[in-house]
Design a protein around this ligand. Sequence first.
Ligand SMILES: NC(=O)C1=CN([C@@H]2O[C@H](COP(=O)(O)OP(=O)(O)OC[C@H]3O[C@@H](n4cnc5c(N)ncnc54)[C@H](O)[C@@H]3O)[C@@H](O)[C@H]2O)C=CC1
Length: 484
Amino acid sequence: MKNVQPKGSHFIDGAYVEDTAGREIPCVYAATGETVATLHAATPAVVEQALASAARAQKEWAALAPVARGRVLSRAAAILRERNEELSELESIDTGKPIQETLVADAASGAEALEYYGGLTATLTGETVPLGGDFVYTIREPLGVCLGIGAWNYPTQIACWKAAPALACGNAMVFKPSEVTPLCALKLAEIFIEAGAPAGLFNVVNGYGDAAASMVSDPRVAKVSLTGSVPTGQKVYAAAAEGMRHVTMELGGKSPLIIFEDADIENAVSAAINANFYSTGQICSNGTRVFVHEAIVDEFTERLLERTRKAIIGDPLDPETQIGPMITDVQRQKVLEYIEIGKAEGAELLLGGHAPEGAGYYIEPTVFGNVTDEMRIAREEIFGPVLSILTFGDEAEVVARANDTEFGLAAGLFTKDFTRAHRVVAQLQAGTCWINEYNLTPVEAPFGGVKMSGVGRENARAAIEHYSQVKSVYVAMGDVAAAF
Ligand SMILES: NC(=O)C1=CN([C@@H]2O[C@H](COP(=O)(O)OP(=O)(O)OC[C@H]3O[C@@H](n4cnc5c(N)ncnc54)[C@H](O)[C@@H]3O)[C@@H](O)[C@H]2O)C=CC1
């Protein structure tokens, strides 16, 4: 394994920073279990340095002409693209995701976000509101220092999706990656400096939940954007509320994928595969409850099993590999427990269900048939490669069952009947819906959840609303009327 030990555990004020007094963070390659780097969690002194330099840099950055800020984001995007290969390799080492995925979905997606917001920066204007003589104009202002907190499944993409709109609006960001994937965001911080960002504008502070928690309640932090689980989201949202901070919460899901009887079966199977086995199932928006119409469930299941049996499980750095390991052994054990629960609840294990022999945190792509709504495998987020097939008879029934969940991140449906497609989408309680596709998240489209899956939106113009605030300025053109 090549040397991936960073020059320091944190990247603050334009340089790597180390403080070995912090608790160790081992960075483990999930394919072998080998420790490939050791970092140290941020101490209070490191956190202080990060917040102080971000507060200083934010003022400098916000004072630039918007087009100059946009240029820095565009340059950062170009550097990400130039280095896509090496960044993808690091992403695969950090997460265990197959290189054939990371080459297209991580630094590339991050670059898209930076390109999009780089272009948008100079267009962020206010409005003039005529009042018949007097008028109001509005100014879109940055919030200040934003805190980004990341999950482990997409360390580069999450950092970029948060940093790009935050910086476009004139904010600074301190980013706390997941403790199990501490490497990739450090590279993004280096790239921002190379692209011309002021030192301190994008700082990376590695650490565990407590390091992030100490920043959530710091008076210098104006906004918190978290990608993580619902229980963490509840804690972070509550702590942010104490200081009336803005929040974006990108949390978990248990999303439905509905296959109607007139669906194109091969496309529906492709979508079910992407919705459950991409990134070894570690995707928040996954369509893990696959509702298949009873008239086609046999045909659908047969093709799904035939195709999934061919999946190539292996070394993430081998370009042929389609399924890598789970992120940690803890996560693998959690998924294996759910598989046992599914069997005990009476679901039919049709494929997989085992951890292959040997090193690494691998788990076979797993398909359950005859799953019913009340089973825990159909209600709780597993965050692993476990697909549940549920059958249904009619449209009203499947809509009600699809919505019968505390989550509301995403939903998908397959049908050739476009009237039905739009009618059903209108009733689905989910922040993102796909018709005849699944899990595509272009930067041009807002992304986020309803219900327990979160608040706020990432990507698109929608994210601008969540990283800026509007000042109204009333301008009087005449005398002031007063009662006396
Ligand atoms: N909606 C979305 O866009 C996405 C949501 N997710 C969700 O993330 C979860 C998996 O990721 P995990 O890393 O296991 O989530 P997690 O909730 O355990 O951790 C997320 C982050 O929060 C930090 N954290 C933990 N406790 C904290 C506290 N008290 N205060 C502040 N920060 C704290 C962690 O250190 C980590 O950086 C799943 O539920 C998944 O659905 C994952 C990717 C995308």
